[in-house]
Ligand binder design. Structure first.
Ligand SMILES: CC(C)(COP(=O)(O)OP(=O)(O)OC[C@H]1O[C@@H](n2cnc3c(N)ncnc32)[C@H](O)[C@@H]1OP(=O)(O)O)[C@@H](O)C(=O)NCCC(=O)NCCS
Length: 186
């Protein structure tokens, strides 16, 4: 399968941006990753509440991704110091219809608002559309995540659907935005 071959190549691939380096996620990254997922000020933006998430579940997820034909997860490093600061991923890659879903978390909060997320999003978009030759990328983001929405819009994601009051957070139901980036095919 062509897709699997691509993803196997990804396992050795490093993607350099201006501020970030994307490299394959390693098992030894999982401890730090789990701390980020359980941090309420980080996971308030994520698609799951990871309150009860265990180390065993994290390892199972890692093994699932490693064996998956349709998912790839990169660790995000600061390109200057090689500090591991977050994860980004393409999930549910549909090789036939050439689409996927995207996720990102910069877990090191000192790195928020310094351009690392934007740089990562640019790299992963290029990887998806040009290395993997996909045609579109979708993502979900909560309406209150103005920072993430700003980044996604900057790189051409458009709002295609609003799931009204679909996410309960902080005593209130919030809208979820479904955004999509389509490759310009002329
Ligand atoms: C969302 C995330 C990836 C963005 O990365 P980042 O490095 O913090 O963001 P950047 O510095 O690259 O860019 C942020 C942009 O949003 C703007 N911004 C910041 N806070 C904002 C706010 N409250 N409202 C509107 N815009 C905001 C910044 O000015 C900047 O805009 P610019 O590029 O035009 O200057 C990162 O903050 C993160 O991982 N957050 C926690 C998890 C998360 O939200 N994941 C996404 C789930 S959908």
């Amino acid at each position: 399968m062509a897709g699997k071959k691509f993803l196997n190549n990804c396992q050795v691939q490093k993607i350099s941006g201006k501020k970030t380096l994307l490299r394959v996620l390693r098992k030894k990254d999982l401890g730090k990753s789990l701390i980020w997922l359980k941090d309420p000020s980080v996971n308030m933006f994520l698609s799951h509440s990871f309150d009860d998430y265990t180390e065993e579940q994290e390892i199972k997820w890692f093994e699932f991704v490693q064996n998956s034909n349709n998912d790839v997860v990169f660790a995000i490093e600061d390109i200057n110091t090689n500090l591991y600061i977050g994860n980004c991923a393409l999930h549910k890659i549909d090789w036939e219809n050439k689409n996927c879903e995207m996720g990102i978390v910069i877990g090191e909060k000192d790195y928020w608002n310094h351009g690392y997320g934007s740089d990562t999003v640019r790299s992963i978009i290029n990887f998806a559309l040009f290395d993997l030759n996909l045609k579109s990328i979708k993502l979900e983001v909560y309406r209150y995540n103005r920072r993430a929405i700003n980044v996604y819009k900057k790189y051409g994601f458009k709002l295609i659907k609003i799931e009204k009051k679909s996410h309960f957070y902080n005593g209130k139901y919030w809208d979820t935005y479904i955004m999509e980036l389509k490759k310009n095919i002329s």
